[in-house]
Write a protein that binds this ligand. Structure first.
Ligand code: NAP
Ligand code: FE
Length: 365
């Protein structure tokens, strides 16, 4: 077993203001990395700015990160951090700004690296320290060594390495309360996806399974509320947010598997939000796992107190149907992208290209 997670995590109501000194201790000048509007709307940006101001830290705001962040925005953010001589980076938002913040910190420390050199992760200088403040529940990016950044080819590519962990994550579940139903559903099924994919990864360990199973147990109740078309209560928001962090801790060990890898295609080519794109393939994963690892599957359903059929129905109920139609030729042309994908190789049982073809045909033909 191997376990390494160097991020200090603090959660709770008003955690940013209560830990202002801790947040400000990383230097005299910081770059805040965020997206269009969520960080402002939910109050997280105001809290971070106030915490920095009361400790005399100068800050600059880079708010051009968009969902499925582009490598161009990362390089631009890195340049700004260099120009303003920032000592550290604070990412605020959903997975997109958090992922971007982590790589902006690396780019700022290594401004000579171009896109390809940055993706190689042979970074001569360690990234600037990173503090993350999440507003979705969620990717769990606060606790993962991963950033998913869209390359200039249009493909989502992952950064994954020990240097890509945040130094500090401050999680106030109240920031997630401004999420409308559809964003709550999409980001919530993503958190569930992380727990399930981690459990069914060949790389799962005792530690990752503990996080994954506990995460699923906690996620079920709030997601059942969302499936009924209702927003979670304040308490359910807290539980869902903390469960998303457990999902992050689970995939920090294992990475994700088949549904995330297939889901990237739906996001890149059809604009489906990340969580819904991955959830679209979860029934396929769970059915495959029941065939290839029946005892291991049965153990999960027993531990979470929810039968497979009910879990699959919940996921289907939360995922809007897609209108996507693909021809047999289009499906054949897509298959090579999964030929050597490590996420497919790490999926429990062995998933062949012909099984992926069957999944795509069943859904999109
Ligand atoms: P996101 O892409 O960060 O944001 C999606 C939408 O939610 C945006 O329109 C955003 O608004 C809005 N939003 C965020 N917080 C909100 C709030 N509190 N209230 C209202 N609206 C809010 O969503 P995400 O699902 O959290 O992140 C997805 C990204 O993370 C993908 O790129 C995915 O590949 C990646 N990911 C990373 C990991 C990892 O381990 N690092 C794991 C899974 C997925 P604004 O843009 O207007 O602010
Ligand atoms: Fe995800």
């Amino acid at each position: 077993m191997e376990f390494f997670l160097p991020t200090k995590l603090l959660t709770g109501d008003d955690v940013v203001r209560k830990n202002a000194a801790l947040l400000a201790a990383f230097g005299k000048c910081c770059l805040i990395v965020t997206s269009g509007s969520a960080a402002r709307r939910c109050g997280a940006l105001d809290d971070v700015c106030a915490a920095l101001e009361e400790n005399g830290v100068v800050y600059w705001i880079y708010d051009a990160v968009r969902p499925n962040p582009s490598i161009a925005s990362v390089l631009e953010g890195g340049k700004l951090a260099v120009e303003k001589q920032c000592d550290f980076v604070v990412g605020i938002g959903g997975g997109s700004p958090l992922d971007a913040a982590k790589v902006i910190a690396a780019s700022a420390a290594n401004p000579e690296l171009d896109e390809e050199a940055l993706y190689s992760m042979n970074w001569p200088t360690d990234p600037l320290p990173v503090v993350l403040v999440g507003t979705t529940a969620g990717t769990g990016s606060e606790m993962t060594p991963v950033s998913v950044i869209t390359a200039s080819t249009g493909r989502k590519r992952s950064f994954r390495g020990e240097k890509n962990y945040a130094a500090l994550s401050l999680g106030d579940p109240r920031y997630t309360e401004s999420m409308p139903l559809a964003v709550t559903a999409s980001t919530g099924v993503d958190a569930l996806a992380h727990c399930l994919e981690s459990y069914f990864s060949k790389k799962a360990t005792g530690v990752s399974r503990a996080f994954a199973i506990q995460g699923v147990c906690e996620i079920l109740d709030p997601l059942r509320t969302v499936a009924e078309g209702k927003l979670p209560t304040k308490e359910q928001r807290r539980v869902l947010y903390e469960a998303s962090l457990l999902g992050g801790m689970a995939i920090s060990v294992t990475g994700t598997i088949l549904p995330h890898n297939l889901g990237y295609y739906l996001t890149e080519s059809h604009g489906i939000p990340h969580g819904f794109a991955c959830a679209a393939f979860h029934p396929d994963l769970l059915e495959h796992a029941m065939r290839s690892a029946p005892a291991y599957s049965a153990e999960l359903y027993e531990r979470i107190g929810c039968p497979a059929e009910e879990l699959i129905a919940l996921i289907r109920g939360l995922t809007p149907p897609t209108e996507i139609r693909l021809s047999p030729e289009e499906i054949e042309a897509l298959l090579p992208r999964w030929e050597n994908a490590s996420a497919i190789k790490n999926t429990i049982g062995d998933v062949s290209l012909s099984q992926i073809r069957d999944i795509l045909r069943k859904k999109f033909l």
